[in-house]
Design a protein around this ligand. Structure first.
Ligand code: NDP
Length: 489
């Protein structure tokens, strides 16, 4: 029974607000027992396979192919065969296919959202309200460019590159697929895409959409598997590799491709600074800090994982942040109330645990709000570290989990210097009421994206990408088309 309190003569008010579970139904998704590789518009039976799990429960979901080098080459050949007719098709015709895919994603959005949360562990409200709508938006946006390439790149005779090999990570499976496939197809390329080992299911469901849209066979090919499949694609007869993932694998790919003439774009890790000045709207900034680091369990390359607070307001901000953290609901990704879902895999959980242990050993102070974590599956409570020094591993390395390191500064110059003191350069956030200070900071922060008084905002029209060890090349906007066209990258 919920406790009620009586205030004077007013109506009794609840004193403990709790949420009843509001699980999204799984019925909308029908999983197959076994999936093949999608090659030339057909399902190819793979020689080897593995089981993909739900990270929230460790329940096996389906068996999927572990594509070998020979199978990858079949996919590349199918893409090669499809290339010339696809590239010769009028831009307005290519656009129709992309519009069709976008509309089908919208029509089937609930199915995609449930499957994304089931296979990846992210809260349903995020896959429903962020991942899937943005995926459709990317197809809509690039459909609009397909017949306007000559206007987009005037006097440069834009031509497609050929076959693009695309390798994506597990943090935004369908969204990363859209970031890669939509511009490539709009520019007239054909693709072979490899989803991450732990999250192949929405890419496989997407093959159904490709068929429904009656895309010519071979224009999109999907090969599942682990890093070996990715490496085979890098070595395959492709004209370009587009990669999103860790800096280590990105560097290995760059080394492998050096001197081959294949084009490459790399979207790698980050260790973003989220900077709060004393004149910022503090409550709003606290929401931005929470969104910056606990969105998608912190499995976000541009996550605001280093919080810099001006010394005069540091105590207030940290107190408010801790209070806000106690209201985060951690649990079943399919529950519509959940704010923080499951960690994507056992390996990722171990990596987070290792770095958090290092933070404790190095002397940082840890805070985790009280929360009961499910017994099965991979879970980590939202965490904040204070008393962090710049040299600590938790302030230097990408944790890729719900773990925030708080540091302080006194002057804007000091904030810039500390924020830029990282091998990465993907994103940053600035919280202040002064427009001039936003511009001053944005000019000096060495980051591909700088958000002001907001965080983790994405839009298909806006380029995204990094400096330094965060990679090179841009995705999104006109910039995202250029690396798929001859002479434009
Ligand atoms: P990886 O870089 O290993 O994975 C990204 C993609 O590359 C996956 O599809 C992966 O396959 C594939 N891959 C792995 N090895 C090779 C290879 N030698 N050649 C070609 N492709 C390969 O990232 P992880 O998934 O292992 O995550 C490790 C760390 O990377 C995280 O903790 C995080 O710090 C960072 N990361 C950054 C991301 C970003 O958006 N910038 C996204 C994901 C991770 P498979 O899935 O089978 O390994």
């Amino acid at each position: 029974m919920t406790e009620l309190s009586r205030r004077g003569n007013h109506v009794p008010a609840r004193t403990d607000w709790t949420y009843a579970p509001a699980p999204e139904s799984r019925d909308v998704v029908s999983l197959r027992e076994r999936y093949g590789l999608f090659v030339g518009g057909e399902w190819l039976d793979p020689g080897e396979s593995y089981v993909t799990l739900s990270p929230a429960t460790e329940e096996p979901l389906a068996e999927v192919g572990q594509a070998t080098a020979a199978e990858v080459e079949l996919a590349v050949s199918a893409a090669r065969e499809a290339f010339t007719p696809w590239a010769k098709l009028a831009g307005s015709e290519r656009a129709k296919y992309l519009f069709r895919i976008a509309r089908l994603l919208q029509e089937r959005s609930r199915e995609f959202a449930v499957l994304e949360s089931l296979n990846g562990g992210k809260p349903i409200k995020e896959s429903r309200d962020v991942d899937i709508p943005l995926a459709a938006a990317h197809f809509f946006y690039y459909a609009g460019w397909a017949d306007k390439l000559e206007y987009a790149f005037p006097n440069r005779q834009p031509r497609p590159l050929g076959v693009a090999g695309q390798i994506i990570p597990w943090n935004f499976p369908l969204l990363m697929l859209s970031w890669k496939i939509a511009p490539a197809l709009a520019a007239g390329n054909t693709v072979v895409l490899k989803p991450a080992e732990t999250t192949p299911l929405t890419a496989l469901l997407f093959c159904d959409v490709v068929r429904q849209a009656e895309l010519p066979p071979g224009v999109i090919n999907i090969v599942t598997g682990d890093g070996r499949t990715g490496a085979a694609l890098v070595d395959g007869e492709v004209d370009k590799i587009a990669f999103t993932g860790s800096t280590d694998v990105g560097k290995a790919i760059a080394r492998r491709l050096a001197g081959t003439g294949k084009k490459v774009t790399l979207e790698l890790g980050g260790k973003a600074a989220n900077i709060v000045f004393e004149d910022a709207a503090i409550d709003q900034a606290v929401e931005g800090i929470v969104n910056g680091i606990y969105f998608n369990q912190g499995h976000v390359c541009c996550a605001g994982s280093r919080l810099f607070v001006q010394e005069s307001v540091a105590e207030d901000v940290v107190d408010k942040l801790k209070r806000r953290m106690t209201t985060l609901r951690v649990g079943d990704p399919l529950d519509k109330n959940t704010d923080v879902g499951a960690i994507n895999s056992k390996a990722q959980l171990e990596k987070i645990e290792e770095l958090v242990a290092a933070g404790r050993e190095e002397g940082a102070e840890i805070y985790q709000p009280p929360c009961v974590l499910p017994e099965k599956g991979y879970w980590f409570a939202p965490t904040v570290f204070t008393n962090v020094a710049q040299s600590y591993r938790i302030a230097q390395e990408e944790i890729f989990g719900p773990v925030l390191s708080v540091l302080t500064f006194r002057t804007p110059e000091e904030a810039v210097e500390k924020a830029n003191n990282t091998p990465y350069g993907l994103s940053a956030g600035v919280w202040t009421e002064k427009g001039s200070r936003i511009l001053w900071m944005a000019e000096r922060l060495r980051a591909g994206v700088v958000w002001a008084n907001t965080y983790n905002r994405f839009d298909p029209t806006s380029p995204f990408g990094g400096y330094k060890e965060s990679g090179y090349g841009r995705e999104g906007g006109l910039h995202g088309l250029a690396p798929y066209l001859n002479g434009e990258s």
